[in-house]
Design a binder for this molecule. Structure first.
Ligand SMILES: [Zn+2]
Length: 416
């Protein structure tokens, strides 16, 4: 057997086994005892529900992971990639268009095979725990809009990457890197204006006194906000959230309508302060730079794998092409990208603690953020007891109890 194929199968099965072990550990670390910090937020039955929700999503993830690993292995071993490639080549277009069709078919196949899972997750699991507000119509429209975006943005980007690799020789990776980075930056500006309004309605908040409080706080911290918006998150889910969009003087803060409903104004300010903390502490800039470095490394390593005939053999290909090498590289690179994501998650968790501290210090009251976090996690039925290995691998935010305990210690320190 081809050694690349062995390596890829090993990676697929190893990551399946790892996720399985983590899921079982996660199930075992669920704890029926209500943590004292949440005694005033949860009653026992609501807390039990959060543990049931965690258990249902973990088991579902376990099943989905097994299914997707199995289907990927079968598809690879049956030479599925080659079949799609031969079909795309027979349409008789040039290299770039053929590559776009080839990738489009593979992405569609992967989407279709995972569709039953997203239907089940939205209309059965989220529904059972009272989160789901997505109608069948919204669900279908979302798929149509997302496909349209994938075609109109992803298509040209992929064409550009293929073109750089085909025409720029050994510097192809460098041009790809610069191209993708510029594309991502432009997207950051376009997303709030062109993309997000396709999925949600944004309207300026109407609560004048909340608006005044927000602007007063932002002013005090010397922070420019272009607008304060609410978004109809309730169109899809009853879960709460808030985020900033845009850069510099284009920054807008967006609160889910569900968050404005559940939190009082001082808790909303605390959540805003946390989000502002990410800007003030330069987390956003650092993450973008980290992303840039990571993309550069990825494109460089990718360039070493283009036209690799042993790799193409592993997938049973009759023809070698740059576009199929991109797909194969995805398999080879997945252990590296897992490692990078672990590092990025660790940095991001540290940033969360720092932004929490920033919010506590600038609002001079850690209690408000604690209350806000408690309400957020209760409303979202967040798992209060995730297993540390699961957190290490996947969490971009520290578990909420750890954030609360850190904030409580902060309060303790500041009174001394
Ligand atoms: Zn944060």
């Amino acid at each position: 057997m081809n050694s690349w194929l062995l390596f890829i199968l090993f990676v697929l099965i190893f990551s399946f086994l790892l996720e399985t072990v983590v899921s079982f550990l996660n199930l075992r670390s669920l704890n029926p005892a209500l943590p004292p910090e949440f005694a005033d937020t949860y009653d026992q039955s609501k807390y039990d529900e959060s543990q049931n929700y965690a258990s249902a999503t973990i088991k579902f993830g376990l099943f989905e992971n097994g299914y997707s690993t199995a289907i990927t292995v079968v598809f690879l071993l049956c030479g599925g990639v080659n079949i799609v490639d031969i079909w795309a080549r027979n349409l008789g277009y040039g290299e770039i268009i053929t590559g776009l069709i080839f990738s489009g078919v593979l992405i569609s196949l992967s989407f279709i095979s995972s569709l039953p899972f997203s239907i089940y997750s939205t209309f059965f699991i989220e529904e059972r725990f009272g989160f789901n507000r997505t109608t069948v119509k919204t669900f279908i429209l979302d798929i149509i809009k997302a496909s349209f975006l994938a075609l109109s943005l992803g298509g040209p980007l992929l064409a550009l990457i293929l073109w750089f690799f085909m025409s720029s020789g050994s510097y192809g990776w460098l041009f790809c890197w610069i191209g993708v980075f510029i594309f991502t930056l432009i997207l950051q500006f376009l997303a709030p204006v062109l993309i997000m309004p396709l999925f949600n309605k944004f309207s300026p908040i109407e609560d004048e006194s909340l608006k005044r409080d927000i602007l007063q706080y932002a002013d005090k911290e010397n922070f420019k906000i272009q607008g304060i918006y609410t978004m109809d998150g309730s169109k899809r889910s009853s879960k709460l959230n808030a985020f900033f969009t845009g850069f510099g003087s284009f920054r807008k803060i967006v609160f889910f309508d569900t968050l404005l409903e559940k939190l009082d104004s001082s808790e909303i300010i605390a959540v805003l302060a946390h989000e502002m903390g990410h800007f003030k502490l330069r987390h956003i800039v650092k993450m973008i730079l980290g992303y840039a470095v990571q993309t550069g490394i990825m494109f460089y390593i990718l360039s070493l794998f283009l036209d690799n005939s042993a790799l193409s053999d592993a997938f049973g290909m009759q023809n070698i092409s740059i576009y199929s090498s991109l797909i194969f590289f995805g398999f080879i690179y997945s252990p590296v990208s897992m490692l990078i994501s672990i590092i990025f998650n660790a940095i991001s968790r540290k940033h969360e603690y720092d932004a929490d501290r920033y919010a506590a210090e600038t609002t001079a009251n850690p209690g408000m953020l604690i209350e806000g976090l408690k309400k957020l996690s209760a409303a979202n039925l967040s798992n209060l007891n995730p297993h540390p290995l699961h957190v290490f691998l996947h969490y971009s935010h520290p578990p909420v109890l750890m954030r609360i305990r850190k904030l409580q210690n902060l309060k303790f320190n500041s009174t001394h």
